[in-house]
Design a protein. Structure first.
Ligand code: NAD
Length: 484
């Protein structure tokens, strides 16, 4: 394990993301020996906190992960707080002085990672001032990590990107999609390209359809203000789902490096069919949850308009016209307040000829990648039913990570922060991928906006179900059904 020497500057250091994800991730990197003596963290936000208070906040965010007292004391001593208004140029001067001092004190070799854990409306300003006030003028690297949402449509994403790229080149810009940091999502490439028994059949001759489900059991919680302006399509499909689809259908990259993987992903996005409004109506379904047992309807949640037309569910059929996968329907589905929380991918293979067995019908052969909460892979096969008759039955073959293995799996943020420290962007979203994914999503959004549904169209599914009936019908009209 190579020690990573760097200064982290976290904008939004008092926020929810920093406390729930970033400090635990940094602590794990520390426990595993990637961060040792040569690192420091500057947390910045508007509140006037002292270093002491900040360190207490950091300590409590990693409560329960600590092995012994001196470990946490030592770790917390690397954290510094700087009260900072991102719009105030003078504050960057104070920040620079502190950054330079910590660079000296900790021997950080001028390496800096700026983590923008605050509203995207500030990203441009922050990047501009980091540059203009000389924070990035160091002997080492200067990289920026950016959180979602990256724009709310193509135009705003491009504007944001143009702004950031004036100050940080693409190779120094790390756009987080935390699904790309998940163990089982990273397993897709291993499965597809490490097994001849799968790579040989991963094509439109053998695959009937692909299904990607990201279902949540929670409602909108306290994110109402943001969510009501976004909806499931922007919040989940544009980023996480399209990234997963790209990994599932892209051609084999020449190597496992960012440049080659990106090339294949971009080719996939280029081949993703952008729908006309008529095609959107045929291929996409939206829903919004109504009330359920002890659960309120979306429109009754806090910060949600009582006549909101925002979708909390979306299902769709995608087509990617690259040679190997041309014609294979890719069904996607995500929503809030669904029956269960699960992320899974089902690959459904074409059925074999059943005439040998008297045309009794065969079960679907499927490969399922369970991403969470289950982590593992399942195959379904047809085998002989035990007994005198010659009939078949469905058999499952499965592999699950053990509890012990799961405990060792690095959390997505931990993995991605380490990748950013190493300058490895293979599991980050590049601008050219974003560009296509927004254009795809915009076409759907625009078709929906023109549709002018009556207010009572929603709610159209009850809490605790798997979404509106139209989602099942979307598959049924092609002779398919949701495996999950
Ligand atoms: P938050 O509201 O909890 O924190 C925002 C932070 O920004 C606070 O530290 C606040 O002090 C600081 N801030 C606001 N205005 C400022 C200003 N003018 N100058 C200096 N500091 C200022 O938000 P969060 O939930 O931590 O989310 C941060 C970003 O990460 C958002 O873009 C969000 O969409 C994204 N994100 C969050 C999560 C999550 O789990 N919380 C997940 C994915 C993406």
């Amino acid at each position: 394990k190579k020690e990573q020497k760097a200064l982290f500057v976290i904008f939004g250091g008092t926020g929810d993301l920093a406390q729930r994800k970033l400090y635990p991730a940094l602590f794990n990197l520390y426990k595993r020996g990637y961060l040792k003596k040569h690192f420091a963290v500057i947390g910045t936000a508007r509140r006037p906190w002292s270093n002491g208070y900040y360190r207490d906040v950091v300590r409590s965010s990693i409560d329960g992960m600590v092995n012994f007292q001196t470990q946490i004391d030592e770790f917390a001593s690397h954290f510094y707080y700087q009260s900072h208004n991102v719009n105030d140029v003078d504050h960057y001067e104070t920040l620079r002085v502190l950054a330079d001092k910590l660079d000296q004190d900790y021997g950080l070799e001028g390496n800096r990672l700026y983590y923008l854990a605050m509203s995207p409306s500030f990203f441009g300003t922050i990047c501009e001032h980091l540059k203009s006030q000389g924070l990035t003028k160091t002997a080492g690297y200067n990289r920026v990590i950016i959180e979602k949402p990256f724009g709310h449509d193509y135009a705003s994403a491009k504007e944001l990107n143009d702004e950031i790229s004036k100050y940080f080149p693409e190779e120094a810009t790390f756009r987080i999609d935390h699904y790309l940091g998940k163990e089982m999502i990273q397993n897709i490439m291993a499965l597809r390209f490490g097994n001849s028994i799968l790579s040989a059949i991963w094509n439109n001759k053998m695959i009937s359809n692909i299904q990607v489900t990201l279902s949540e059991s929670l409602g909108v919680e306290e994110r109402g203000g943001y969510y009501d302006t976004a909806g499931a399509l922007r919040d989940m499909v544009q980023n996480h789902i399209l990234q997963i689809v790209a990994l599932l259908v892209m051609d084999r990259p020449d190597s496992y490096c960012a440049k080659d993987v990106r090339k294949r992903k971009v080719e996939t996005f280029e081949a993703l069919k952008i729908y006309s409004p008529e095609e959107v109506a045929q291929n996409f379904v939206r829903g919004q949850y109504g009330e359920g047992k002890d659960m309120v309807a979306y429109r009754d949640e806090s910060m949600i308009a009582p006549d909101s037309m925002t979708e909390t569910f979306v299902a769709g059929k995608l087509e990617v016209d690259n040679c190997d996968m041309a014609g294979v329907p890719i069904y996607i589905r995500t929503g809030k307040r669904l029956a269960t929380k699960a992320t899974r991918i089902d690959i459904v293979f074409k059925q074999d000829d059943d005439s040998l067995f008297g045309g009794q019908g065969l079960a679907d052969n499927t490969v399922t990648i369970n991403v969470e909460p289950d982590t593992g892979i399942d195959f379904t096969l047809n085998t002989k039913k035990i007994g005198q008759e010659f009939a078949t039955r469905q058999t499952n073959i499965g592999y699950r990570l053990t509890e012990e293995q799961v405990a060792k799996v690095p959390e997505a943020y931990e993995r991605l922060i380490l990748n950013a420290l190493q300058g490895n962007s293979v599991n980050f979203t590049h601008w050219d991928e974003l560009e296509y994914s927004w254009k795809f999503v915009d076409a759907i959004r625009n078709a929906w906006d023109q549709e002018d549904l009556p207010v009572d169209y929603f709610p159209n599914y009850a809490c605790g179900t798997m979404g509106p009936q139209a989602s099942d019908e979307l598959l049924a009209k092609a002779g398919h059904h949701w495996i999950f």
